[in-house]
Design a protein around this ligand. Sequence first.
Ligand SMILES: O=P(O)(O)O[C@H]1O[C@H](CO)[C@@H](O)[C@H]1O
Ligand SMILES: O=c1cc[nH]c(=O)[nH]1
Length: 234
Amino acid sequence: MSIHIAAKKGDIAEAILLPGDPLRAKFIAENFLENPVQYNDVRNILGYTGTYKGKKVSVQGTGMGIPSISIYVNELFREYDVKRAIRIGTAGTIQKDVKVRDMVLAMSACTDSGANNIRFGGRSFAPTATFSLLKKAYEVAVQKGWDPKVGSVVSSDMFYTEDPEEWKMWAKYGVLGLEMEAAELYTLAAKYGRECLAILTISDSMISHEVTTAEERQTTFTQMMEVALETAIS
Ligand SMILES: O=P(O)(O)O[C@H]1O[C@H](CO)[C@@H](O)[C@H]1O
Ligand SMILES: O=c1cc[nH]c(=O)[nH]1
């Protein structure tokens, strides 16, 4: 047991998928894993372990934002020996050629978060995905006939920014989309020497203002789930 996860050592696989939404974790467990067992319901942050194509995989919600994912990933790395952590999240597009429902593989994650300012005393760390996972996820997606976009995202502390046009500054620098957790996952993976990747589905557009429903975000972004599971067991 850790403070926020009610699992015994060994209950959680070395490879884990990390959606922000705990109900996305439940959906994956119920629709993709064989013999899923729920190991966590503390704070309704649901966690499950099962097998995928015969290999042990876990999936667990992280909640929204860097402080929340930081708690779960710290505990998963320190107390459960998780070795491979793949975030599967949603993001807002800030580029015209990245459309709603597109898949984004986050090669790197910029951030405005206070977390890395505290850690690095104002110096700038470059949170980066593990190349072998990025390569595998890209190959799986392409092999399935999908068209993943690869590039940087920004993990922001603010969903509702003071300046609603702030995203344009990131867009000018080629950043593909907005989300709220990848930079912390990548930073902690670097600290603990683990593998990490964030696979995102575009759920809304800052440019066209197109949005998807909560139901869609929970249950229909299955391409990234499949790519994440194939990458997790590779
Ligand atoms: O869909 P998830 O994984 O929660 O990811 C995105 O959605 C939430 C905001 O709606 C933030 O957590 C953001 O990173
Ligand atoms: O953090 C997020 C997630 C989805 N869409 C956004 O605009 N921001």
